[in-house]
Design a protein around this ligand. Structure first.
Ligand code: DMJ
Length: 601
């Protein structure tokens, strides 16, 4: 062949080869074009943006609001409890007059590696925060926001490895643990004088439960204390907190419907009668399920695993609508709806923003394909509004309740899905969330609650979970080398995004066993490493595990271990399909169907 002929052949053949390559890779698929790749440069840019977002909120809070609880980002002032209007529970349930936003920001500072500011902030908390405030707060909110944060920061400070940098303030003497102890003790009156063991929803931090305190509580409020109370008990070797948190869950569990197996959203703590019969995965119930599973991960207590497994099957049976598989078959996009706990019939036609955390729980539980679809549906809603409305009516394709208070749930699930799949799709989702937040919620001195997702009008309030959760998950999504990510199998996020080490210490109850059989050296190295714990793994699962280990993704090992245990055997882990890992997690046609379902096109 002459040289000119060869050149001609190459020129003629190249387009054919190229177009075949496009076909093979699906490059003509608009979704794959949009989501198929995320460069290192883009990742670093987003990491920087996430960091800036946190510091803009944090520094403005410190400048304009501290020592009050929250920042008003439009008027550049602070706010504390609404003492003039005790019935303003939207504010008073959360703001206890204890520098809430500073307390909540502590472990985000550590995760970002800012040792000097972390130490300074810890000292400010120690010097300024008191719980003898006379504030009437919700037991749930005080626990997940304040108690959880104090414990997390204490454990970061006392970690002998100091993986985030030198976080220990000079002369630290367990003050944060003492504060956690003090706060939890002030919450205990909520567990007295209840006939069911389910706590009162609110306490006055100085005087206990008011004689006229309402006898109703929501399921999540009473059933989301296990992690914080359990860790505190173990640190203090005092069973009382662990006991009460367990008793609350056992009380709720006892009253589940004997027809459907479902729980409602509001219960009378004296009679066990369900005042709210809505059963769903959003407000009032969300973190109840999350904590059953996380309590099993942290404490290894099989009772919680059994409750979670039973709940999971029941939820799927009654609440899940749509086609059977996320990425296969015919029918509507899968969706989890609210049902009547007594009958399983559809209760209403809205889903709420809190339910977006459910796909994160599904990732932990190893139900990956379900997690992918649950998340993708919420992401479609986000794309429609650049935010999540508090309630979205899936029948009317419109918000039922229109505000968005900077909630973290969608980015939380996005983070978990990215860690489990490493699919660049989730980095794109994270970037869109970050961009929407910068574009629509940035105010003069911080980030504001969106009053109406359609008009983007803002309210003058920056909730503390914006710094403890929304910014933390965004940052961790893009910070691939962060210690939390490289050792994810050793950390558990509380429902408020505070990190707790998964540690063998939590597996025993010091008040039950004087001697747990470990010598001092073993105790020092007692962080659970599931990689050394796989001796009874067989066949296919061992193959998957070896693959995971070879790829150096320790978090997947934990997901693998807990998911196989959740299913009660070792052969039904739901590994992410090759297609989901390297192409789009949801097939393009199903993705387009979701867009139509929310009226996006
Ligand atoms: C947080 O306070 C927690 O995540 C809680 O479980 C419910 N959601 C809010 C933030 O949206």
């Amino acid at each position: 062949m002459r040289q000119e002929q060869l050149v001609c052949l190459i020129i003629l053949c190249f387009p054919l080869y190229d177009s075949r390559l496009h076909w093979l890779r699906g490059d003509d698929d608009p979704y794959l074009n949009k989501y198929g790749h995320f460069s290192e440069r883009e990742r670093l840019e987003m990491l920087e943006e996430a960091k800036k977002m946190f510091y803009f909120g944090y520094e403005n809070y410190m400048k304009y609001a501290f020592p009050l609880d929250e920042l008003d980002p439009i008027h550049c002032t602070g706010r504390g409890p609404d003492r003039e209007n005790p019935s303003n529970i939207n504010i008073n349930d959360v703001l206890g007059g204890y520098s809430l936003t500073l307390v909540e920001a502590l472990d985000t500072l550590a995760v970002m590696g800012n040792a000097s500011e972390f130490q300074k902030a810890v000292q400010l908390v120690i010097d300024n925060v008191s719980f003898d405030t006379g504030s009437v707060v919700q037991v749930f909110e005080a626990t997940i926001r304040v108690l959880g944060s104090l414990l997390s920061a204490h454990l970061i400070i006392t970690d002998p490895q100091q993986p985030f940098g030198d976080m220990a303030p000079p002369d630290y003497d367990d003050e944060l643990l003492e504060m956690a102890h003090d706060l939890a003790t002030r919450l205990l009156p909520a567990f007295e004088n209840t006939a069911t063991g389910i706590p009162f929803p609110r306490v006055n931090l100085s005087t206990g439960v008011h004689p006229e305190c309402i006898n109703h509580t929501c399921t999540a409020g009473a059933g989301t204390l296990l992690l914080e109370f359990g860790v505190l008990s173990r640190l203090l070797a005092d069973p009382v907190y662990d006991f009460y948190a367990h008793q609350a869950v056992a009380g709720l569990w006892k009253y589940r419907s004997n027809v459907t197996g479902l729980l409602g959203n509001v219960i009378n703590i004296q009679t066990g009668e369900w005042v709210g019969k809505l059963s769903g995965l959003g407000a009032g119930l969300d973190s109840f399920y999350e904590y059953l599973f996380k309590a099993y991960i942290l404490f290894g207590d099989e009772r919680y695993l059994q409750m979670f497994n039973e709940s999971y099957e029941t939820i799927k049976f009654h609440m899940r609508k749509g086609r059977e598989r996320c990425n296969f078959g015919e029918g509507n996009s899968p969706i989890y709806v609210n049902v009547n706990m007594m009958t399983g019939e559809i209760f209403n036609t809205w889903i709420d923003a809190l339910q977006a955390a459910w796909s994160g729980v599904q990732v932990l539980a190893g139900d990956m394909e379900e997690a992918i679809c649950s998340h993708a549906f919420y992401y479609s809603i986000w794309r429609k509004y650049d935010a999540l409305p508090e309630r979205y009516n899936w029948q009317l394709k419109a918000p039922d309740v229109s505000f968005y208070p900077l909630r973290p749930e969608l980015v939380e699930s996005t983070y978990f899905l990215y860690r489990a799949t490493r699919n660049p799709f989730y980095l794109h989702v994270g970037r869109e969330i970050l961009t929407s937040l910068s574009t629509h919620t940035k105010a003069k001195c911080g980030y504001g609650t969106v009053h109406d997702v359609e008009t983007k009008e803002l309210e003058d309030r920056m909730e503390s979970f914006f710094l403890s959760e929304t910014c933390k998950y965004l940052y961790l999504l893009f910070d691939k080398d962060n210690h939390v990510n490289t050792a994810l199998s050793r950390y558990l996020f509380t429902t408020e995004g505070h990190i707790l080490p998964i540690d063998r210490r939590w597996r025993s109850k010091p008040w039950e066993e004087e001697e747990d059989g470990l010598d001092e050296e073993e105790k020092a190295a007692s962080v659970i490493d599931v990689r050394h714990n796989n001796s009874n793994v067989a066949g296919h699962d061992r193959y998957i595990l070896v693959q995971i280990l070879d790829k150096g993704t320790p978090e997947s090992v934990l997901l693998w271990e807990v998911s196989t245990q959740r299913r009660g055997h070792t052969s039904q882990c739901d590994p992410v399909s090759t297609e989901s890992r390297y192409f789009l997690p949801v097939r393009s046609s199903y993705f387009a169907q979701m867009e139509r379902a929310v009226g996006l096109n």
